[in-house]
Design a protein around this ligand. Structure first.
Ligand SMILES: [Cu+2]
Length: 289
């Protein structure tokens, strides 16, 4: 029910966006960025985010039912036992059964909630057989990415500077939003289990992509692990989610999810560029498409 409501809201937001203008139409089809007027979680594109979303929706229903129940009790008491109707209040101070019930029932609800919650935590935690691994290293204030399996040169991803972004055409601006677009995007194949190793070299950062349901701390001298498997090609954005200094807001994360064949081409290109002695310009794939 909540899912349907969310879809309705998204459709409404998308319709509003299209109504705003031509660039809005392109924007409405974009994946992995916040939408104007968005009310809920981003559209899930990984099994993790799908499960997170359904847990969230389920909890929302439960919380709503509890709130309505408590509110109706309160309203009943306020009306039924008001002074004019009930001039001589009862002097009861204890009711053992009731007191045990209102302590035990909430405990049981919490214990019951633990089950799906813990199951999901362990599901998100790590994956036994990843198809490939990428490593994200947080730095003040950019990210470095390594592809140990593909053996391509590590590359840095910096945010596109304001002046450079201003030179983009309207379509490019819609596709690669200000303060989120980076020069070198992380490229991963679709329907592939990708293990992500996250670490840092200076202060704590966090690698987070909302559409993937991934948010992992990058800690100095320690490697954290998570994973994702994206089911929809597209360009997805996230941001560093651990206050890391004055540049904290300017080290976004951009992940381009492409078909397996396109990924192979990208890897080959990265290797060729590295052989030529230049630093691999990963983001040029965006220009090539
Ligand atoms: Cu940071």
């Amino acid at each position: 029910m909540v899912g349907k409501l969310r879809d309705g809201m998204l459709a409404l937001a998308a319709a509003a966006t299209i109504a705003v203008g031509g660039a809005g139409a392109a924007f409405a089809q974009m994946l992995g960025v916040p939408r104007p007027g968005q009310m809920n979680l981003p559209e899930p594109v990984t099994p993790t985010m799908e499960r997170l979303t359904s847990l969230h929706d389920g909890l929302l229903i439960l919380v709503t039912v509890i709130t309505l129940f408590v509110m109706s009790l309160l309203l009943y008491v306020m009306v039924r036992f008001r002074e004019s109707r009930n001039p001589n209040p009862s002097s009861t101070t204890h009711h053992t059964v009731l007191e045990v019930a209102w302590t035990v029932v909430p405990i049981l609800i919490l214990v019951f909630l633990c089950i799906p919650s813990f199951r999901l935590l362990y599901f998100m935690d790590r994956v036994e057989k990843p198809d490939m691994t990428i490593k994200a290293i947080g730095r003040q204030w950019y990210w470095t990415y390594e592809y140990p399996d593909q053996k391509i040169e590590p590359f840095d991803a910096y945010m596109i500077k304001e002046a450079d972004w201003a030179r983009f055409g309207p379509e490019e601006k819609a596709r690669r939003p200000r303060l989120l677009a980076v020069d070198n995007e992380v490229v991963v194949p679709v329907d592939t289990t990708v293990r992500v190793l996250v670490t840092s070299t200076d202060v704590m950062h966090a690698w987070a992509v909302p559409s993937f349901g991934v948010k992992l701390d990058a800690i100095i001298g320690r490697v954290n692990e998570t994973w994702f498997k994206v089911t929809k090609p597209g360009l997805y954005y996230g941001q560093c989610s651990q206050i890391c200094g004055t540049g904290h807001a300017y080290m976004p994360i951009a992940v381009r999810v492409v078909s397996k064949a396109e990924f192979e081409q990208w890897v080959a290109k990265q290797k060729k560029t590295a052989d030529a002695g230049a630093v691999a310009p990963a983001g040029t794939l965006a220009a090539a498409r």
